[in-house]
Design a protein around this ligand. Sequence first.
Ligand code: ZN
Length: 178
Amino acid sequence: MTAPERARCAIDASAEAPEENLPGADGRDEAFMREALALAAQAAAAGEVPVGAVVVRDGEVIGRGCNRPISTHDPTAHAEIVALRDAAQHVRNYRLAGCDIYVTLEPCAMCVGAILHARIARVVFGADDPKTGACGSVVDLLGMSRLNHHATATRGVLATASARLLQQFFAERRRPLE
Ligand code: ZN
């Protein structure tokens, strides 16, 4: 990631992700999800809803994104979109065939659309999103056989840590001013 792209996330990239052990989860998936969680924590510190995402190719992170629609005045600036753009710039190709995306929260319809356009092979996400989740919670765009491209999904990786970040963020915002 270049310096300007890193600056988009506003906060130092060394933030620690919460620790969690999820029985049965693949260790590699957990490691990449921890990187996404660190980006989600950066989003929270910047006053954005804490969601983070990384794009991985051949075991290497090639794109990073944290949620930042408020600070950028951009309704499309979800973590997944930011990470896909970062990865596509990195490989100089709008197709990201063979890449996986790790995101702390179930992607919405817009992000699944972008993921399919990018030809991502696999989507790994943490917490379910019962309000806008498009990987089975509200709709299942990944499972629609009529679409021209398909990606597999792995859900629930470090889901508790992902959900906890979101719960803490919204609890603090709801707290009355003292
Ligand atoms: Zn989205």
